[in-house]
Design a protein around this ligand. Structure first.
Ligand code: SF4
Length: 743
């Protein structure tokens, strides 16, 4: 049976797939067979939740009040997450592409056989590195480790990377440069103790919602909250001070604040001299960043810059938190380092109520970047280019050191290599690049060039529709394992149900392919706990050491913060205590940079700044949340936020249909006229596919260090297409029918 006809494929290309929706309401009141304590499958807060299970189905949830981070609270995504279980779109069998287009259901033997033969054919013809692997940061630590091992010793390819490359890598790279280690410095429990909090480039209340409570507790305790963002996001509405920075100018603003801290003596000189290096050079770089000069670059009024510097500079305790708003740039690493300078200058790090953290977007944004699925990384946070680290892992896996490939390409570079014909085959798991990588037209062309494309997923994502073979994998609740939250706490996910139909746990699929590639002895696991024991042992002695953890301990202690190098070690909630950093000299480093413009700035042809981000009811590429009816109801389609001043200038009114165009593509969607955005900038959320994809417009220019794309700033132009009352009649394809038909 063909699951998709050719006309269906054309529809998909235009609008994204027709999705099924879970019913709205209909709370299942039956007595569950069991309640399973686990964690939410979405963002890096990893809220505790109890899933109600009946007849091997998740039928609802109960609050889980024993987990200290959320204490029973959940955001809209967490409340509705159980509704993806038993979803009509759930893949129950492997799918194989038909020559005529579309898919037919297949058995596992056929899916594995076809995949193994294609891997061998491609690698025999074009070399090992011509076959690539893409992983994800929503998956467990166990799978992150397995992905890395599978690519290096089963596929024997250098080319493995993951979707965290689109997410936390600028923060990760900057953390290593500044501190010698990549992790949040403090547990979230330190936030309410801070007397000043800077939130820079983080739409915290929508992307990390439950953590808002900690910010509000701090405020109730007398903290001043400073929010830096081009939009007055929900958290900004409760801030003491809002700095409306122009997209792409973040490091300049941090330089301006540091300039005033130095000038006014709001520094901890003793801390700087005893625990840091590089301050002299940094102070020279920021010398010219007077309030006037900084205002000119950033668009932030000088009075606000002065006020922010004084609040931050004179605070008793403080926390700096940032996210993609400063990281999704061609100078993402520079931006993060510039903000870290403010923390180091204050000396307020490694102390109760004082420190620093990165808001991780994906559920395992932290753990997903630690265990070896990055192109330059081996387990335990080891460096693939470091001979000793390579030897450690080669010995652990019992393979020759030269059998471990060298550093491969990053995620966006892999897509380029596919387009250039250098990579011919790809296996991808829980990654939807067609929605999440910039310049989606180019990504689509690249995927169409692959000679073989295999996807492991639980729904048929937009990307999976280009696959030759789709393996029906597992949802979070259908497997067990660990994830590491945004604060560095490793927590345990418990299995609630077994995969439905003929679907299979992801790790079994990967191990089966490895066995068929002749590596059975290295991939014969009885269960996920065995993979956990292996990766924690592999991490021993590495920069990221989990070797003292066990599943029982993690459960009993409500998670353990790494490093935890011994069974008796209590874990390390607060890093850098006593001003001890992880560089060989024990010091943290200042790193300051002169301002440089974004890769694509505005010009007369494209005079408006375009930026992207999230909404509270959706999660990343929307594969899961666009299928949950009540989440779709909260924000059914992307809107273009535009300031009333700019709207007036362009003759646009609220709900008019507008066309937003960049040098790469265009999108037609309703305008949302709102005073909460800078008048020189428009914003579109990125969770949708096809003609609704914001990433048709974004620029794939990369940060030279982290290789993250510049999602947060490019140039665009905006014009009115038609008014609200005309829009459904005149522009039929602007709002596909399924939005209305779905119930
Ligand atoms: Fe899930 Fe994050 Fe919402 Fe918590 S805050 S319920 S982890 S999406």
């Amino acid at each position: 049976m063909a699951l998709l006809t050719q006309s269906e494929e054309k529809y998909t290309e235009a609008y994204g797939p027709r999705l099924s929706y879970t019913p709205v309401g209909g709370w299942d009141t039956r007595e569950p067979d069991k309640l399973v304590k686990t964690h939410c499958c979405f963002c890096g807060v990893q809220c505790g939740i109890q899933l109600k299970v009946k007849d091997n189905k998740v039928i609802g949830f109960e609050p889980r009040e024993d987990f200290p981070v959320n204490r029973g609270k959940l955001c809209p995504k967490g409340v509705k997450r159980y509704m993806q279980n038993e979803h009509p779109d759930r893949l129950l069998n492997p799918l194989v592409r038909l020559e005529s287009g579309g898919f037919r259901e297949a058995n596992w033997e056929e899916a594995f056989d076809k995949t193994t033969k294609e891997i061998q054919r491609i690698q025999n013809s074009f070399g090992k590195d011509s076959f690539a692997f893409l992983g994800g940061a929503s998956m467990t630590n166990e799978k992150a480790y397995l992905n890395g091992k599978f690519a290096r010793v089963a596929l024997e390819t250098a080319n493995i990377d993951y979707n965290g490359r689109l997410c936390m890598v600028s923060a990760g790279a900057a953390n290593k440069i500044a501190f010698g280690l990549d992790r949040a410095a403090n547990p979230w429990s330190d936030i309410p103790k801070a007397k000043c909090i800077i939130l820079s480039g983080t739409n915290l209340a929508e992307c990390f919602p439950v953590l808002t409570q900690a910010i509000w507790e701090a405020r109730d305790n007398g903290a001043k909250i400073i929010v830096i963002d081009p939009r007055i996001t929900p958290i900004a509405r409760t801030a003491d001070l809002f700095l409306p920075v122009k997209p792409g100018r973040d490091s300049a603003l941090a330089n301006g604040i540091l300039h005033l801290m130095i000038k006014n003596g709001w520094m901890d000189d003793a801390f700087v001299s005893e625990h840091t290096s590089g301050f002299g050079e940094a102070s020279k770089v920021v010398e010219k960043f007077t309030p006037e000069y900084t205002e000119k670059i950033t668009g932030v009024p000088r009075e606000s810059i002065i006020q922010a510097s004084e609040i931050w500079g004179t605070a008793e305790t403080s926390m700096l938190l940032h996210a993609r708003g400063i990281e999704h740039h061609t100078k993402g690493v520079e931006n993060v380092l510039s903000y870290i300078n403010l923390v180091l200058a204050s000396g307020r790090i490694g102390k109760e109520g004082s420190g620093y953290g990165t808001i991780t977007g994906q559920g395992n944004g932290q753990g997903g970047r630690e265990h070896g699925q990055r192109c330059n990384q081996l387990p335990g946070g080891r460096d693939i280019n470091n001979p000793q680290h390579r030897k450690d892992i080669a010995d652990f896996w019992n393979v020759p050191e030269d059998a471990i490939p060298q550093e491969g390409l990053t995620a966006c570079e892999l897509i380029d290599a596919i387009e250039e014909g250098k990579i011919k085959g790809l296996l991808s798991i829980s990654f939807n690049p067609l929605v999440s990588i910039p310049d989606s037209a180019r990504v689509r062309k690249a995927l169409e060039k692959l000679e073989y494309f295999g996807v492991i997923d639980f729904f048929l994502s937009e990307t999976a529709r280009h696959a030759d073979v789709v393996f029906a994998g597992s949802l979070q609740e259908e497997d067990e394992g660990t994830v590491t939250t945004g604060e560095g706490r490793c927590v345990k996910l418990n299995r609630s149900i077994t995969p439905p139909g003929n679907a299979m746990e992801d790790w079994r699929i990967i191990c089966e392919i490895a066995k068929r590639l002749g590596k059975e002895e290295l991939f014969s696991y009885e269960g996920t706990e065995q993979i956990f024991t292996e990766y924690t042992s592999a991490s021993k002695g590495g920069p990221i050491d989990y070797s003292g953890m066990t599943w029982d301990r993690i459960e009993e202690e409500q998670g353990i913060f790494w490093p935890c190098p011994e069974p008796e070690h209590p874990g390390t909630p607060r890093l850098f205590e006593g001003g001890k950093f992880f560089h060989p000299d024990g010091r943290a480093t200042f790193n300051a940079f002169d301002y440089r413009p974004p890769a694509e700035d505005v010009d007369p042809e494209y005079p408006i700044i375009f930026t992207t981000g999230r909404v509270v009811s959706q999660y990343l590429s929307g594969t899961q949340t666009r299928r949950i009816g009540s989440l779709v109801d909260q924000y059914p389609e992307p809107l273009c936020e535009i300031h009333p001043k700019l709207a007036r200038k362009l003759g646009i009114e609220d709900k008019d249909l507008v066309k937003v165009a960049s040098r790469r593509g265009e999108i037609v969607l309703p305008a949302q006229v709102t005073p909460t955005i800078r008048p020189d900038t428009v914003f579109i959320p990125y969770h949708w596919a096809g003609k609704k994809a914001a990433n048709q417009l974004t620029n794939r220019a990369l940060d030279p260090t982290s290789k993250i794309p510049e999602y947060k700033v490019c140039a665009c132009k905006v014009e009115k297409v038609c008014g609200e009352s005309d829009r459904y009649m005149k522009v039929e394809d602007a709002k596909p029918k399924w939005i209305f038909d779905r119930r």
